[in-house]
Ligand binder design. Structure first.
Ligand code: F0G
Length: 446
């Protein structure tokens, strides 16, 4: 059942085949370098690319642009308290701003931070404090075929072995990322969240939830965790987040806005420290780098994110795209996550070795065949790590419809049909920071 209808439209067009070929070559076979208007269906990210509701646009017009004491900030505070259960909010310009504020407060040189899997910016902010980011995914997270309900879970065994090795006093921070973006958008169960809370207490660490996709995670819990079969999404969201000492949030995901983020907590001391750091990096604590209108739109978006009809439509739409791709013979990571379908590029192009970037080859074919933009999350994006060769097709919220997904499925099927003619790629130029190379490196066909 579709939960909304369109009220404003933006025309899109598919460049000709010859034009797409030229665009790809000029972009150095890196789709980050493509102009967005040359892309027909843009599945690069679900971050800040969604469509706002009429209520959000109405709130935006009424935004209060006061430097201090903005009414729009009060609205955000109330929404965070009602939807997420935290009384104290430090707004920031987006998720990584919140990471800088919170992790800069909690970490020092030589510390270790544990996370089910650090997202890139989280890893970078932990490292920026001189601390060591250590991933603790469950073993099935990296198996594209394991049909398990909560492949995003945090491995307590792995975490305990790290603590045994380095000593509990070096681990002041445990993070749980829901859903687990770097593990194919897989959800985390409430049972696992409770165990992480207990573990954090055992080692006297602060427990933070990266809540970017908290509503999608809660929707999976109501569908897959027996204890919550009769619960509603909003009560699961509050319960799950309630185990944490603080949350970091990118409003660009389940805040349903194009920009914005925050830290939220009930801990008065932590709040005061974050506020001081936020003044330095983000802005006065009642705007935090956002316009008042953006605070206002996010306050409305947070409430909409836990609406049952919205979130059911959201995760069902992504699941349907995944199953239709699988039916068309495209190898997909199973089960489909909350915000994206992940394709298994090694299975799609078995003749291309990892060092010739099969994922990037698939990304290029999707653009060449049908103007579809996805992103490689394999050995091109993560050099020298042992990750599966995945391509992410992230679905912007409330933006594309069934016909768009028909086109994506047809495009991917066509790309695979021509697989024998597809060769791998090699790097032509790359930046000095290897962790960030997939944003700006250029490639050429081998
Ligand atoms: N944490 C997670 C789990 C994320 O997925 C992101 C962003 C951030 C933090 C940072 O938030 O972009 O608002 O600064 N993920 C985007 C993506 C960019 O494409 O997955 P931000």
């Amino acid at each position: 059942m579709v939960a909304y209808k369109s009220k404003m439209v933006e025309q899109i067009s598919l460049p000709s085949s010859a034009q797409r070929e030229r665009n790809l070559e000029e972009a150095g076979y890196n789709v980050f370098n493509l102009a967005a208007e040359d892309v027909f269906i843009d599945l690069l990210t679900d971050s800040g690319t969604g469509t706002m509701s009429d209520d959000q646009w109405a709130a935006l017009i009424r935004g209060d642009e006061a430097y201090a004491g903005s009414r729009s900030f009060d609205r955000l505070e109330s929404a965070v308290a009602d939807v997420m259960g935290f009384e104290r909010v430090v707004p920031t310009h987006q998720g990584r701003g919140a990471e800088n504020v919170l992790y800069g407060t909690l970490l020092s040189e030589g510390d270790v931070a544990l996370n089910n899997t650090h997202f890139d910016t989280t890893r970078a902010h932990v490292a920026n404090q001189g601390a060591d980011p250590v991933d603790c995914p469950v073993s099935e997270a990296h198996d594209p075929e394991a049909d398990e309900p909560f492949k995003g879970n945090f491995s307590l065994d792995r975490a305990r072995s790290v603590v045994d090795e380095v000593g509990a006093e070096r681990v002041p921070l445990v993070i749980l990322t829901i859903t687990n973006n770097s593990a194919a958008g897989q959800p985390v169960s409430v049972a696992n969240t409770r165990r992480v809370r207990e573990f954090a207490d055992e080692i006297d660490a602060t427990f933070v939830i990266d809540a970017c996709r908290f509503a999608e995670n809660a929707a999976f819990v109501t569908r897959r965790e027996d204890e919550f079969a009769d619960a509603d999404v909003s009560s699961v969201a509050r319960e799950q987040l309630g185990y944490a000492d603080a949350v970091v949030m990118s409003g660009k995901k389940d805040g349903l806005v194009n920009v914005g983020g925050f830290v939220a907590t009930d801990d008065e001391d932590l709040f005061e420290e974050c506020k001081q750091r936020a003044i330095l990096y983000e802005g006065f604590p009642t705007y935090g780098g956002m316009a008042g209108r953006d605070l206002a739109a996010m306050a409305v978006g947070l409430r909409e994110a836990v609406d049952e009809a919205y979130v059911a439509d959201r995760i069902e739409g992504v699941r349907r795209l995944g199953s239709r791709l699988a039916e068309a013979g495209v190898p997909v990571y199973e089960p489909t996550g909350g915000h994206a379908v992940y394709l298994d590029a090694s299975a799609a192009f078995p003749h291309i070795p990892d060092e010739a970037f099969p994922g990037q080859a698939l990304v290029c074919e999707l653009y060449r065949e049908g103007g579809v933009r996805g992103v490689e999350l394999g050995s091109f994006a993560f050099p020298e790590t042992d990750r599966p060769e995945l391509v992410r097709l992230a679905v912007p919220r409330r933006t594309y419809h069934r016909e768009h997904f028909d086109h994506v499925v047809e495009t991917a099927a066509a790309a695979l049909e021509e697989r024998d003619a597809v060769s791998g790629y090699e790097i032509a130029s790359e930046p000095s920071v290897p962790e960030l190379r997939h944003f700006t490196a250029t490639l050429e066909p081998r």
